[in-house]
Design a protein around this ligand. Structure first.
Ligand code: SAH
Ligand code: DHB
Ligand code: MG
Length: 226
């Protein structure tokens, strides 16, 4: 039933036609591979969607949870205007170093700040610094904390802004109410949180592709009422 070769072939065709990876992105993949980072970055078609979303909301300020080798950060930074800024949070210092080099090599270094350390610990400082709210938040770090990151993002994203969470479908685990998997339970909790929140309008899209069967959630922050 699951035909991974076919999913990958279709991503391959999409990559040959409408989604090209430039030298900066290819360089980031190669550097991550050479440094032994896991190959779990967004696929090129998913990355292109992130770029389109950045452009559609006219984002100038982006927050990312989970940098890895900088692949998605480079993609989103490329879609920002010249004065746009992206902050990306990464727990692993070694990953952050690889990402820093690839982001600089891709010529988006001025737009991207990497904060090293567990994301939950970085949030109080971000809060204290103040500044305008984010236009787009991409949640793609440790999956058990996705609901916590989402809750924070909701308070720090402007009305009309987007919150995108990767890896919420988890091979269909999302449908399993008896799942004991903490990562699955967290994604179910996320959906239940959103059900009960009138401040946000959201959907989840299931995906297949080079990364198998998963999916992402897109949430629009509604204007505060009352
Ligand atoms: N967004 C990246 C992929 C991120 S993979 C891309 O598409 O290119 C998930 C990343 O989250 C890994 O690099 C992992 O080290 C990081 N991570 C895991 N736990 C974390 C935490 N508590 N805080 C911040 N980052 C974390
Ligand atoms: C993993 C993390 C991701 O962000 C992803 O897209 C796929 C896999 C992981 O931690 O295994
Ligand atoms: Mg992911």
């Amino acid at each position: 039933m699951m035909d991974q070769n076919l999913f990958s072939a279709v991503d391959g065709f999409i990559g040959e036609t409408i989604v090209e990876e430039d030298d900066g992105l290819c360089g980031a993949v190669e550097a991550a591979e050479a440094a032994g980072l896991p190959s779990i970055q967004v696929s090129p078609p998913q990355g292109k969607l992130l770029q389109l979303l950045v452009r559609l909301v006219g984002a100038r300020r982006i927050l990312e949870f989970g940098t890895l080798g900088g692949y998605s950060a480079i993609l989103m930074a490329r879609a920002l205007p010249a004065d746009g800024r992206l902050i990306t949070l990464e727990a692993e210092p070694g990953y952050a170093e690889v990402a820093r080099r690839s982001i600089d090599a891709a010529d988006v270094g001025e737009k991207v700040a990497i904060r090293v350390g567990p994301a939950l610990e970085a949030l109080p400082a971000l809060e204290e610094e103040g500044g305008p709210p984010f236009d787009l938040v991409f949640i793609d770090a440790d999956k058990v904390n996705t609901p916590n990151y989402f809750a924070w993002a909701l308070e720090h994203t402007r009305p009309g802004g987007l919150i995108v969470a990767d890896n919420v479908v988890r091979n269909g685990g999302l449908a399993d109410s008896a799942s004991e998997d903490e990562k699955v339970k967290a994604q179910r909790q996320l959906h239940e949180m959103i059900r009960d929140d009138t401040q946000v309008s959201a959907t989840t899209i299931q995906t297949v592709g080079v990364k198998g069967y998963d999916g992402f959630l897109v949430a629009l922050v509604e204007p505060k009422s009352g």
